[in-house]
Structure formats: structure tokens, C-alpha cells
Design a protein around this ligand. Sequence first.
Ligand SMILES: NC(=O)C1=CN([C@@H]2O[C@H](COP(=O)(O)OP(=O)(O)OC[C@H]3O[C@@H](n4cnc5c(N)ncnc54)[C@H](OP(=O)(O)O)[C@@H]3O)[C@@H](O)[C@H]2O)C=CC1
Ligand SMILES: Cc1cn([C@H]2C[C@H](O)[C@@H](COP(=O)(O)OP(=O)(O)O[C@H]3O[C@@H](C)C(=O)[C@@H](O)[C@H]3O)O2)c(=O)[nH]c1=O
Length: 295
Amino acid sequence: MRTILVTGGAGQLGTALRALPLPQGWSIHAADRTTLDLRDSDAIGRFIARGHHAAVINAGAYTDVDGAETDVVEAWRINALAPAALAAACAEAGIPLVHVSTDYVFDGDGDRMRQPHDPVRPLGVYGASKAAGEMAVTTAGGQHAIVRTAWLVSAHGHNFVRTMLRLAAERDSIGVVSDQRGSPTSAADLARALAAIAMGLALDPEAPAGIYHFSNRGAVSWADFARVILAGSAARGGPRARIENIASSAYPMRARRPARSLLCTQAIERDYGIVPRPWEEALDEILDQLMGKKL
Ligand SMILES: NC(=O)C1=CN([C@@H]2O[C@H](COP(=O)(O)OP(=O)(O)OC[C@H]3O[C@@H](n4cnc5c(N)ncnc54)[C@H](OP(=O)(O)O)[C@@H]3O)[C@@H](O)[C@H]2O)C=CC1
Ligand SMILES: Cc1cn([C@H]2C[C@H](O)[C@@H](COP(=O)(O)OP(=O)(O)O[C@H]3O[C@@H](C)C(=O)[C@@H](O)[C@H]3O)O2)c(=O)[nH]c1=O
């Protein structure tokens, strides 16, 4: 049996990875913070040295974008130092590391889709710590893929779909920012892509590697995304609420966010044949899981 170690196994993406059907002969070994604390570099080294895993997917991260602005050391330990330790340990063990990163490494200025090798320019501590993690993985010298994604959503964990459904059950109207656009992305779709890359790298040392982008297809503002979520909710007999457009400046946020988070996915399509589906389709599936099929 070939095993893929998944760090951050209790998180949103970790949950999606644990739920994946894998080809025969493959399994996931999910480690949460009680099994593997990503703040402990020595423990990471030991865990990987004795684990005999075929590959590692790093789904662990500090993801509180506003919290990172004041919790800088913690964000840096988990998002930058832990990937460095993971990459060093994987290089030493001779196994590939698939590391997950974010659209927030970019500033989101202009309408241009970001290519994997575009220069990064994070606007906040979360994005900066994730950019440092990418750099550490790149320079460790082992076989690796860095997969940047955006706006992750699913039926589990902390995400915008679940937040909007909760707020709609409590209020008649919700103010949502309309001046940030991006591509909502299913954690399940991302999980499938990450597993395919991890297995590809584990089976073939010459398999394509480097930086990739994966998000579902299409772009939308948070406000319009909220409208589609709540239309889907209403159609399934769930909570409904009015969405009011607001400017980012009117919503209390410590960290600045990119105005346009558009990731070009051509490289992952070309190298791995992974073609993202439209975000609307992925959202329908999530709403079905959360509240059943449309009435
Ligand atoms: N969520 C999003 O919208 C996006 C996420 N990403 C990236 O995708 C990846 C997965 O994100 P997602 O699953 O949504 O995030 P979550 O916050 O749901 O999951 C992150 C996991 O990391 C774990 N973790 C945090 N600190 C430690 C630690 N010291 N030791 C061990 N585990 C720890 C958390 O554990 P615990 O729950 O115990 O704190 C949690 O289970 C991350 O790399 C993130 O940067 C990229 C773009 C968008
Ligand atoms: C709950 C709420 C949020 N918002 C805004 C705040 C923010 O700009 C946007 C989305 O809210 P979130 O809290 O989900 O945003 P945020 O934490 O910035 O989401 C990000 O998470 C990290 C981990 C990433 O890597 C990113 O790709 C992105 O998904 O909606 C409203 O305008 N009204 C609301 O009622």
C-alpha cells in the first residue's frame, strides 16, 4: 500500500482529501495537530523520516487572514517555517511534497490573470507568510509541486458558503463587499487535483513539477457569489436574505485583500490534464450536500 501523508488533516481541505476515493493500492494518512504539530520542526523531520510515505500533501496552514495581522509569529511559523521543515524532510527522504498556497500572494491589481511565475506581491501578513512558505519549498531542492488556489468552499469547515447560510438564517439582509472578485473553488475538486499530482510525482521522478494554479472556472464578486448561494439555498427550501453591495472600506477588516484574484490554470491543464469545472456547478454540489436537492 502506498500512503500519502496529509498534514492539517482536520481542516476544510484535509477533510476533502480524507473523503477522496483513491485508486487501489493508495491510501491517505491524515495527521491533525494532535498527531503532528506543524510548529515543531524536529517533530516534522522525525515524523517523515520514519513514516515511509510515498508523498506528502501539506494542507495545514494558518488561515485567519485578519488574525495573521496581529498573530504574525504564529502565522509565520505555520505558513513559512513548517513548509521549510516539510520540504527539507521530504527532500531527505526522497519523496515529493505537494504544498498548497493562495491567490493572496498576489496584490490583485488590474484585470490580468496571474500566471504561476508572475512576481508575488502580498498585501497582508497571511499572503506574505504563504509566499515565504512557497520560497522555502522551492529552494529546499526536493521534488515538489506548489498549488495555489483561491476562495475554497465546501460542505465542511469554515468557509463563505457556510457563513452566508448561517447569516441568512439570522438576518433579513447581509452587507457583502462587491469590489473584490475571484474564483470560488471546491475543496473536493482541489483535493482530487492534489492527489493526482502527488501520485504522479510519487510514481515518476521526472513528472512535471513546480508552481501550478487551480481554481474553479469563472469569476464573481463576493456579493454576487453570496446572491447565487442564497438563491440556491432558497430553491432548496433553505434560508434566504437580501444581499446589499458594500465597499471593502465599509466592512471591518484588518488585512487588505486583493481586488482581483484571477489565477490562470493553463499549466495544470497542460501538464496533468486537470480541467477545472465552472464554480456554479461545484457550488450546486455543495448546496446539495448541505441541504439536499432543489425542491
Ligand atoms: N480557505 C481558503 O479560502 C483558502 C485556503 N488556501 C490554502 O489551502 C490550504 C487549506 O486551507 P483550508 O483547509 O481551507 O484551511 P483550514 O483552516 O480549514 O485548515 C487548516 C488546518 O491546518 C491546521 N493547523 C493549523 N495550525 C496547525 C499546527 N500548528 N499544527 C498542525 N496543524 C495545524 C488547522 O488545525 P486546527 O483546525 O486544529 O486549527 C486546520 O485543520 C491552506 O494552505 C490555505 O492557505 C488557499 C486559498 C483559499
Ligand atoms: C462574512 C462576511 C464577509 N464579507 C467579506 C469579507 C471578505 O472580503 C469576503 C470573504 O470573507 P472571508 O472571511 O471568507 O474572506 P477571507 O478570509 O479573506 O478568504 C480568504 O481566505 C484565505 C485563507 C485565502 O487564501 C483566500 O483565497 C480567501 O478565500 O467577504 C462581507 O462583506 N460580509 C460578510 O458578512
